[in-house]
Design a protein around this ligand. Structure first.
Ligand code: C5P
Length: 216
């Protein structure tokens, strides 16, 4: 098994940046699993489909072309909203599972960020982080990011989105937002991204030492 780093957490917690930097540090490929759900939502809408149609969403998820993840459209606010709708469907989650598990199996290691990486996709991951921050701080970060991408949105709209998504992602029995019991919790509310990354790196180094010398 390669060294899998699972980076879970809610929207705009900083997990994506942390995952990207960890991937660069270790030389591992990085998968932003949220992009898979975003791509399903975007393609479904592009085909004129309905986000409430489980069967259509599942069909799109089963035939997803990974090249779609490169499309800048998957990074919009609308795509995030569509993603959280289709992510609520078990058959959609199942359809995207194999791709994520195959990615996690890559040697010598892989970094995946999402909601359920440490619990469902790769429960065997030797390094697990759960990155979080208050909704207000996350909304402020996401608002700055979307504004920089040229989207005309207000902070209040984004805060409302984040609250709805937190609720949708955690309100079901098969909810993806469950913290793995063996995950290290990293609250980035009071941290800038450099400090957050430094804290993440230290958590991963500890896990790495344990993985390299299991009996030590
Ligand atoms: O992380 P990001 O904001 O890109 O995720 C978009 C949506 O995709 C989330 O709100 C969540 O509903 C869903 N998602 C998920 N499981 C993952 C990653 C994302 O359910 N592993």
């Amino acid at each position: 098994m390669g060294f899998i780093i699972a980076v879970d957490g809610p929207a705009a917690s900083g997990k994506g940046t942390i995952a990207t930097r960890l991937g660069a540090l270790y030389g591992y490929p990085v998968l932003d699993s949220g992009l898979l759900y975003r791509a399903v939502g975007v393609r479904l809408l592009a085909e004129g489909g309905d986000l409430g149609d489980v069967e259509a969403a599942t069909r799109v998820a089963r035939s997803l072309d990974p090249a779609t993840l490169e499309n800048p459209e998957v990074r919009t606010r609308q795509a995030g909203e569509a993603a959280s709708r289709v992510a609520a469907y078990s058959p959609v989650r199942q359809a995207l599972r194999d791709f994520q598990r195959a990615f996690a199996a890559r040697e010598p290691g892989a970094v995946i960020d999402g909601r359920d990486i440490g619990t469902v996709i790769a429960p065997q991951a030797p390094a697990k982080l759960y990155v979080t921050a208050t909704p207000e701080v996350r909304a402020d970060r996401r608002w700055k990011q979307l504004t920089a991408q040229g989207e005309a949105v207000t902070y209040e709209d984004i805060l409302a989105d984040i609250r709805v998504r937190d609720e949708r992602d955690s309100g079901r029995s098969d909810s993806p937002m469950v913290i793995a019991p063996d995950a290290a919790l990293l609250d980035t509310t009071q941290m800038d991204i450099d400090r957050a990354f430094d804290a993440a790196r230290r958590i991963v180094e500890t896990a790495r030492a344990r993985w390299d010398h299991p009996e030590g």
